[in-house]
Design a protein around this ligand. Structure first.
Ligand code: ZN
Length: 270
């Protein structure tokens, strides 16, 4: 079982027909607030391996202790092992108190959890899942390693392809509502401007700054994730005289999704 859909893609590619993969956060579900169903909690007891994002995604922080106490034998693969996580930008600790309701479980000094969206990190994820599958099922080591090598070669080609497509861009800033594309941006020399801080809405003053920043950078598209409400994003789009576009941080078809997102970012920055 994988925690989020992109990780299921890696497990499927590496496990091939040796494994059956299910996903905990369903399509359209938001991993920042998802709660597993009782059926999923019991399905876990049949799982040989659980692949977690491991980067501070709220539903894992909230539910992993419970999942492990119900299934003490459960093998867990942390897909983020050896990934360098980017600290979340906390410039204004003073205003944090007022936003910290009971529902906000974000630990202070936390990291941007969306590391899977850079192909370099995709390669690290692939190696972590390879290691976990080999450990769980050592007699098929060669098959898992061959599948991983093939996937890693594809991810390296994907990285070069995206880099080449983005290379000619002069304007390299894009505006997203939810800040899921920081690793992607860092990987390709782009700048992500976000209208929301991880897990919380901006104050009117911060929002105004984002709008001015976007105007100054000549930005015309506000990208939203399918998992989030688009109302505020549409308001921002109106303010900058632009439109909203969609990029999905959680699509299952990892490579196709990064290609599509790159196309959307390219059109927005041209
Ligand atoms: Zn997120």
């Amino acid at each position: 079982m994988a925690s989020i859909a992109p990780l299921a893609y890696f497990a499927e590619r590496i496990g091939g027909d040796r494994i059956a993969v299910s996903v905990m956060v369903p399509p359209g579900g938001n991993p920042h607030s998802y709660e597993p169903t009782p059926r999923q909690m019991s399905a876990l007891s049949d799982a040989s391996l659980f692949v977690k994002a491991g980067s501070g995604v709220e539903f894992e922080l909230d539910w992993m202790p419970r999942m492990l106490s119900l299934n003490p034998e459960l093998r867990v693969c942390d897909a983020s092992e050896d990934v360098t996580l980017i600290p979340v930008n906390r410039e204004e600790p003073a205003h944090e108190e007022e936003h910290h309701g009971d529902a906000d479980h974000h630990p202070h000094g936390s990291f941007d959890p969306h590391y899977w969206l850079s192909p370099e990190n995709g390669i690290i994820i692939a190696r972590n899942i390879e290691k976990a599958l080999v450990r769980a099922d050592p007699s098929h080591r060669e098959r898992y390693s061959a599948n991983t090598d093939e996937l890693v070669a594809e991810l390296e080609a994907l990285r070069l392809d995206i880099r080449n497509r983005l290379a000619p861009l002069k304007n390299r800033s894009f505006l997203v509502f939810h800040p899921a594309w920081g690793y992607y941006a860092a990987s390709f020399g782009l700048k992500q401007i976000a209208a929301e801080e991880e897990g919380k809405t901006l104050t009117p003053r911060q929002l105004q700054e984002v709008i001015e920043h976007a105007r100054a950078a000549n930005i015309r598209v506000v990208f939203v994730s399918p998992q989030f409400s688009t109302l505020q994003a549409e308001a921002i789009a109106r303010d900058i005289g632009g439109v909203t576009g969609t990029v999905d941080p959680l699509a299952r078809d990892y490579q196709e999704n990064l290609r599509q997102a790159t196309g959307a970012f390219l059109r927005a920055m041209q």
